[in-house]
Design a protein around this ligand. Structure first.
Ligand code: AMP
Length: 191
């Protein structure tokens, strides 16, 4: 089974994707985590990505698509995967479809976590205090929300048209949101 988690920053994608990947024992691929690791390890990719990330802008499509292509070609995703934070633009969504086609596979389910702007700001401000992520300051949070609206939101319709998008309200407690996710994931697996 191949899943994508979609939703604004702070919608709970990372937490929920990690939990589902553990329960289903499939790979969890977070482009944000991969990029933060690249920045910490001072790789070439990290150096190219850093300034975009600290401003809350998207890292250029070619860099991200190359990173995912590499993961797919290493074969580590053959048993199924959850993509978290990718795709984030229409060109990324199109490239993903082509890459999966080439590997004779496709997406089974896109889970869209819906949360209000007020919740996003509250959660990310709290995360800034706990984790100290440099892109969780108020100005950068507002920019990331705007970037989501302008560049990522259009892919909701892209997947709606393919009839693989399911919307889940992400305002509730993590446990309750997970139960809702689990139900649709299992329903899709049994279909
Ligand atoms: P995240 O942890 O998913 O919120 O990602 C943190 C930051 O990494 C984002 O604000 C972007 O700068 C960058 N990033 C992560 N995934 C992508 C992607 N698919 N396309 C472009 N930039 C990304």
């Amino acid at each position: 089974m191949n899943f994508v988690f979609l939703g604004p920053p702070g919608s709970g994608k990372g937490t929920q994707a990690a939990r589902l990947s553990e329960e289903l024992t499939i790979a969890h691929l977070s482009t944000g985590d991969l990029l933060r690791a690249a920045v910490n390890e001072k790789t070439e990719l990290g150096g190219q990505a850093e300034s975009f990330m600290s401003r809350g802008e998207l890292v250029p499509d070619e860099l991200i698509i190359g990173m995912i292509e590499e993961k797919l070609s290493q074969g580590g995703l053959d048993g199924g995967f959850i993509l978290d934070g990718f795709p984030r633009t229409i060109p990324q969504a199109r490239s993903l479809r082509e890459m999966l086609d080439r590997h004779s596979t496709s997406l089974d389910l896109v889970i869209l976590l819906q949360v209000s702007d007020a919740t996003v700001i509250k959660r990310l401000t709290r995360r800034a205090e706990i984790e100290g992520r440099t892109d969780d300051t108020e100005a950068v949070i507002l920019n990331r929300l705007e970037v989501y609206r302008q560049q990522t939101k259009p892919i909701e319709d892209f997947y709606r048209q393919e009839s693989i998008l399911t919307e889940i309200v992400g305002e509730d407690t993590p446990d309750r949101v997970y139960e809702a996710i689990r139900k649709v994931a299992i329903r899709t697996m049994n279909a």
